[in-house]
Design a protein around this ligand. Sequence first.
Ligand code: PRP
Length: 191
Amino acid sequence: MNTLTTYDGTIERTLYRDDEIAAAIERLGGDIARDFSGQPLLLLGVLKGALYVVTDLARAIAAHPNGPSETVVDYMCVSSYGNATRSSGEVRLLKDTSETVTGRNVVIVEDIVDNGLTLEYLHALMAERNPASLRSCVLFDKPYHRKVDVPVEYVGLICPDAFVVGYGLDYQELFRNLPYLAELQPWVFAA
Ligand code: PRP
Protein backbone atom coordinates (compact mmCIF):
# COMPACT_ATOMS: atom_id res chain seq x y z
CA MET A 1 0.00 0.00 0.00
CA ASN A 2 1.23 3.53 -0.75
CA THR A 3 1.77 5.52 2.43
CA LEU A 4 3.11 8.72 0.84
CA THR A 5 0.60 11.54 0.66
CA THR A 6 2.89 14.15 -0.92
CA TYR A 7 6.17 14.22 -2.88
CA ASP A 8 7.51 17.01 -0.59
CA GLY A 9 10.87 16.06 0.90
CA THR A 10 11.16 12.81 -1.06
CA ILE A 11 13.57 13.90 -3.81
CA GLU A 12 17.32 13.57 -3.14
CA ARG A 13 18.40 15.26 -6.38
CA THR A 14 17.36 15.90 -9.95
CA LEU A 15 19.35 13.78 -12.40
CA TYR A 16 17.94 15.12 -15.67
CA ARG A 17 15.80 18.25 -15.96
CA ASP A 18 12.74 18.34 -18.20
CA ASP A 19 14.55 20.40 -20.86
CA GLU A 20 17.43 17.89 -20.94
CA ILE A 21 14.94 15.06 -21.43
CA ALA A 22 13.17 17.02 -24.17
CA ALA A 23 16.49 17.59 -25.97
CA ALA A 24 17.33 13.88 -25.80
CA ILE A 25 13.93 12.92 -27.22
CA GLU A 26 14.32 15.52 -29.95
CA ARG A 27 17.63 13.89 -30.92
CA LEU A 28 16.14 10.38 -30.82
CA GLY A 29 13.20 11.53 -32.92
CA GLY A 30 15.58 12.97 -35.51
CA ASP A 31 17.63 9.77 -35.67
CA ILE A 32 14.54 7.58 -36.07
CA ALA A 33 12.95 9.94 -38.60
CA ARG A 34 16.08 9.84 -40.76
CA ASP A 35 16.49 6.06 -40.49
CA PHE A 36 12.88 5.41 -41.53
CA SER A 37 12.60 8.24 -44.05
CA GLY A 38 9.82 7.47 -46.54
CA GLN A 39 8.93 4.17 -44.83
CA PRO A 40 5.99 3.25 -42.59
CA LEU A 41 6.85 2.96 -38.88
CA LEU A 42 5.20 1.25 -35.92
CA LEU A 43 6.23 2.63 -32.51
CA LEU A 44 5.53 0.15 -29.74
CA GLY A 45 5.46 1.87 -26.35
CA VAL A 46 5.93 -0.39 -23.32
CA LEU A 47 3.59 0.61 -20.51
CA LYS A 48 3.47 1.84 -18.01
CA GLY A 49 6.94 3.36 -17.91
CA ALA A 50 7.08 4.51 -21.54
CA LEU A 51 3.79 6.41 -21.41
CA TYR A 52 5.45 9.81 -21.75
CA VAL A 53 8.48 8.94 -23.87
CA VAL A 54 6.50 7.26 -26.64
CA THR A 55 4.06 10.15 -27.03
CA ASP A 56 6.81 12.78 -26.96
CA LEU A 57 8.94 10.68 -29.32
CA ALA A 58 6.09 10.24 -31.82
CA ARG A 59 5.65 14.01 -31.95
CA ALA A 60 9.42 14.57 -32.26
CA ILE A 61 9.44 12.21 -35.27
CA ALA A 62 6.52 14.12 -36.82
CA ALA A 63 8.50 17.37 -36.54
CA HIS A 64 10.94 16.10 -39.17
CA PRO A 65 9.82 16.80 -42.77
CA ASN A 66 11.64 13.83 -44.31
CA GLY A 67 10.58 11.28 -41.71
CA PRO A 68 8.52 8.08 -42.01
CA SER A 69 5.72 7.93 -44.57
CA GLU A 70 3.39 7.13 -41.67
CA THR A 71 3.87 6.62 -37.92
CA VAL A 72 1.50 4.39 -35.98
CA VAL A 73 1.70 4.26 -32.17
CA ASP A 74 0.68 1.14 -30.30
CA TYR A 75 1.21 -0.11 -26.75
CA MET A 76 2.07 -3.23 -24.86
CA CYS A 77 1.94 -3.53 -21.11
CA VAL A 78 4.38 -5.68 -19.17
CA SER A 79 5.45 -5.84 -15.57
CA SER A 80 8.73 -7.16 -14.24
CA TYR A 81 9.46 -5.10 -11.13
CA GLY A 82 6.13 -5.28 -9.38
CA ASN A 83 6.69 -3.16 -6.30
CA ALA A 84 10.30 -4.24 -5.89
CA THR A 85 13.24 -1.91 -6.55
CA ARG A 86 15.03 -4.36 -8.85
CA SER A 87 13.63 -6.44 -11.66
CA SER A 88 12.75 -10.03 -10.77
CA GLY A 89 13.53 -11.18 -14.29
CA GLU A 90 10.06 -12.68 -14.56
CA VAL A 91 8.25 -10.66 -17.19
CA ARG A 92 4.45 -10.74 -17.27
CA LEU A 93 2.66 -9.71 -20.44
CA LEU A 94 -0.37 -7.73 -19.26
CA LYS A 95 -1.46 -6.36 -22.66
CA ASP A 96 -0.34 -7.44 -26.11
CA THR A 97 -0.17 -5.20 -29.18
CA SER A 98 -3.39 -4.18 -30.90
CA GLU A 99 -1.59 -3.77 -34.24
CA THR A 100 -0.26 -6.62 -36.38
CA VAL A 101 3.53 -6.71 -36.19
CA THR A 102 4.24 -9.03 -39.14
CA GLY A 103 5.85 -7.17 -42.05
CA ARG A 104 6.05 -3.83 -40.20
CA ASN A 105 9.05 -1.66 -39.26
CA VAL A 106 8.86 -1.90 -35.48
CA VAL A 107 10.66 0.23 -32.90
CA ILE A 108 10.11 -0.89 -29.31
CA VAL A 109 10.12 2.18 -27.03
CA GLU A 110 11.13 1.77 -23.39
CA ASP A 111 11.70 4.28 -20.61
CA ILE A 112 14.66 2.41 -19.13
CA VAL A 113 16.84 -0.65 -19.66
CA ASP A 114 18.54 -2.00 -16.55
CA ASN A 115 19.30 -5.73 -16.39
CA GLY A 116 17.88 -6.04 -19.91
CA LEU A 117 15.54 -8.96 -19.26
CA THR A 118 12.36 -7.04 -20.08
CA LEU A 119 13.69 -5.79 -23.40
CA GLU A 120 15.11 -9.22 -24.25
CA TYR A 121 11.69 -10.77 -23.62
CA LEU A 122 9.92 -8.15 -25.76
CA HIS A 123 12.48 -8.35 -28.54
CA ALA A 124 12.13 -12.15 -28.73
CA LEU A 125 8.33 -11.91 -28.63
CA MET A 126 8.23 -9.42 -31.50
CA ALA A 127 10.93 -11.22 -33.54
CA GLU A 128 8.76 -14.38 -33.55
CA ARG A 129 6.12 -12.40 -35.44
CA ASN A 130 8.43 -11.65 -38.39
CA PRO A 131 8.47 -7.85 -38.53
CA ALA A 132 10.14 -6.24 -41.59
CA SER A 133 12.64 -4.72 -39.15
CA LEU A 134 12.96 -4.59 -35.37
CA ARG A 135 14.85 -2.02 -33.31
CA SER A 136 14.72 -0.69 -29.78
CA CYS A 137 14.74 2.85 -28.41
CA VAL A 138 15.40 3.49 -24.72
CA LEU A 139 15.34 6.89 -23.08
CA PHE A 140 17.44 6.00 -20.03
CA ASP A 141 20.21 3.41 -20.22
CA LYS A 142 21.39 1.98 -16.89
CA PRO A 143 24.28 -0.23 -18.07
CA TYR A 144 25.70 -1.29 -14.66
CA HIS A 145 23.73 -4.47 -13.94
CA ARG A 146 23.07 -5.92 -17.41
CA LYS A 147 22.33 -9.65 -17.30
CA VAL A 148 21.79 -10.09 -21.04
CA ASP A 149 23.36 -8.44 -24.06
CA VAL A 150 20.28 -6.98 -25.70
CA PRO A 151 20.70 -4.65 -28.70
CA VAL A 152 19.53 -1.05 -28.24
CA GLU A 153 19.84 0.99 -31.42
CA TYR A 154 18.63 4.30 -29.96
CA VAL A 155 19.77 5.46 -26.51
CA GLY A 156 18.73 8.79 -25.01
CA LEU A 157 20.64 9.38 -21.78
CA ILE A 158 22.87 7.37 -19.46
CA CYS A 159 21.19 6.90 -16.11
CA PRO A 160 23.23 7.00 -12.87
CA ASP A 161 23.30 3.82 -10.79
CA ALA A 162 20.53 4.91 -8.44
CA PHE A 163 16.86 4.11 -7.97
CA VAL A 164 15.28 6.71 -10.19
CA VAL A 165 11.76 8.01 -10.62
CA GLY A 166 9.93 10.48 -12.79
CA TYR A 167 9.11 10.92 -16.47
CA GLY A 168 7.19 7.62 -16.39
CA LEU A 169 9.33 5.75 -13.86
CA ASP A 170 7.69 4.91 -10.55
CA TYR A 171 8.24 3.80 -7.00
CA GLN A 172 5.19 1.82 -5.92
CA GLU A 173 3.21 3.50 -8.74
CA LEU A 174 4.06 6.99 -7.48
CA PHE A 175 6.29 9.69 -9.01
CA ARG A 176 5.60 8.78 -12.66
CA ASN A 177 4.16 12.23 -13.26
CA LEU A 178 7.29 14.16 -12.25
CA PRO A 179 8.43 15.93 -15.43
CA TYR A 180 12.13 15.28 -14.60
CA LEU A 181 14.25 12.27 -13.61
CA ALA A 182 15.09 12.18 -9.91
CA GLU A 183 16.77 10.08 -7.25
CA LEU A 184 14.67 9.41 -4.18
CA GLN A 185 15.82 10.02 -0.62
CA PRO A 186 16.67 6.73 1.12
CA TRP A 187 14.01 7.18 3.81
CA VAL A 188 11.32 6.68 1.17
CA PHE A 189 12.40 3.05 0.75
CA ALA A 190 12.48 2.49 4.49
CA ALA A 191 8.99 3.94 5.02
C1 PRP B 1 10.50 -1.13 -15.85
C2 PRP B 1 10.80 -0.42 -17.16
C3 PRP B 1 11.23 -1.52 -18.07
C4 PRP B 1 11.89 -2.51 -17.13
C5 PRP B 1 13.38 -2.44 -17.29
O1 PRP B 1 9.23 -1.66 -15.91
O2 PRP B 1 9.66 0.26 -17.65
O3 PRP B 1 10.13 -2.14 -18.73
O4 PRP B 1 11.48 -2.16 -15.81
O5 PRP B 1 14.05 -3.25 -16.38
P1 PRP B 1 15.04 -4.42 -16.76
O6 PRP B 1 15.93 -3.95 -17.89
O7 PRP B 1 15.83 -4.62 -15.48
O8 PRP B 1 14.24 -5.63 -17.13
P2 PRP B 1 8.39 -2.13 -14.62
O9 PRP B 1 8.41 -3.62 -14.55
O10 PRP B 1 8.87 -1.39 -13.42
O11 PRP B 1 6.92 -1.74 -14.99
P3 PRP B 1 6.34 -0.28 -15.34
O12 PRP B 1 6.87 0.07 -16.72
O13 PRP B 1 4.86 -0.49 -15.33
O14 PRP B 1 6.82 0.68 -14.29
